[in-house]
Design a protein around this ligand. Structure first.
Ligand code: PLP
Length: 355
């Protein structure tokens, strides 16, 4: 840290992204990316957009936002487009939390929530998950704080029903409830239609997981016009060109390639169920999942050791240190070939650790 770094950031603990290895080629099952590349319609659109990179992008992302509004059945003023959904989450912490209005989110969830809260000096309450890693909606009823819930949750893969989310919304009319739907396309149920019933609901989604655009950085926020206007004020005070030309074009082309993504999502769901069954047969505890990953543990090998042994064999998964998460690993669902390679390594590791 230089002597010039502001004291207000002295205790900042930045988010640790999953490894993006260089050099050795790994089977990457550690950051919940899609194993499928974007369709050619997307790469063509990006190339086309690159020809006008000498001009600024449209700060309103009009083409993208209008198409999103049409597809999701909302009005353009109820949508915000951001540089990944991380950015809209960051704006939500800025807009809806402060010293008088702390944040509340599960103790085991997306690690960025605590980082954003700390970045902005917002106090927060980390509410423990139940013993079975599920969220107890009762813990959030009338909590009087700005609620952040990933639904389905990460890294557990478990989800709440829309009816349970509604109870949380109804019991906190004076606080914003943010529902992070990064994984909703893998079998969850979206809360977006609820924006017409609850003026305290913000829903975030991303093109990073089901739409094969993690490197493009495109996220969305949905809420009533007034909530979205708050976020737009922050976006225009930060970087009105947050979604660049190529990303906007990629997003538009992606929304016109729905069939391609639907097919991929179905493949991933099929591979997920196949992997879950195979791991349970090997004696693993595997949490139910409505996402593109599984949260798994075995009594036979320590969580961190399994991570290391897999890495030594060229397979990357994500391990989270911590009292309750340390025994587990989070494994992204890839192609069938990737899954089979992962399972073969797991079998080998179990065999070597037999007692
Ligand atoms: C991946 C992820 C995000 C954000 O992804 P972006 O690439 O910034 O859109 C947000 N929330 C959760 C729970 C995630 O897993």
């Amino acid at each position: 840290m230089s002597k010039f770094f502001s004291k207000k950031y002295a205790s900042l603990k930045p988010y640790t992204p999953g490894e993006q290895p260089k050099g050795r080629k790994y089977i990457k099952l550690n950051t919940n990316e899609s194993p499928f590349p974007p369709p050619s319609a997307v790469t063509k659109a990006v190339k086309q957009a690159s020809k006008s990179l000498h001009l600024y992008s449209d700060p309103d992302n009009t083409e993208l936002v209008n198409l999103v509004a049409e597809k999701w059945g909302v009005k353009p003023c109820e949508v915000i487009a951001t540089n990944g959904s991380d950015e809209v989450l960051n704006f939500a912490f800025m807009a809806f939390c402060d010293g008088d209005t702390p944040a509340a989110f599960p103790d085991i969830t997306y690690g960025f929530y605590a980082v954003f809260a700390d970045l902005h000096g917002d106090p927060y309450q980390a509410i423990p998950l139940k013993e079975d890693f599920s969220i107890d909606p009762k813990d959030y009823m009338g909590v009087g704080k700005t609620v952040f819930i990933a639904n389905p949750n990460a890294p557990t893969g478990l989800h709440l029903s829309v009816a349970q989310i509604e109870e949380i919304l109804r019991s906190n009319p004076d606080n914003v409830v943010v529902i992070d739907e990064a994984y909703v396309d893998f079998g969850g149920e979206s809360c977006v239609p609820l924006i017409y019933k609850y003026d305290n609901l913000l829903v975030t989604q991303t093109f990073s997981k089901s739409r094969s655009l993690a490197g493009g950085r495109l996220g969305l926020g949905f809420g009533c016009a007034k909530l979205i206007a708050d976020l737009q004020a922050l976006r225009y005070s930060t970087n009105p060109y947050n979604v660049n030309k190529m990303t906007e074009s990629a997003g538009v082309a992606a929304l016109k390639s729905e069939e391609y993504y639907q097919k991929n999502v179905q493949t991933i769901i099929k591979n997920r169920e196949y992997t879950k069954k195979a791991l349970r047969k090997l004696g693993f505890t595997v949490l139910e999942s409505k996402t593109n990953f599984l949260f798994i543990k075995t009594a036979k090998v320590d969580g961190f050791k399994l991570y290391e042994e897999l890495k030594a064999r060229g397979v990357l998964v994500r391990h989270f240190k911590g009292e309750r998460t340390g025994a587990y690993n989070r494994v992204t669902i890839g192609t069938k070939a990737q899954t089979d390679a992962f399972l073969a390594c797991v079998k080998e590791i179990l065999k070597e650790n037999e007692v």
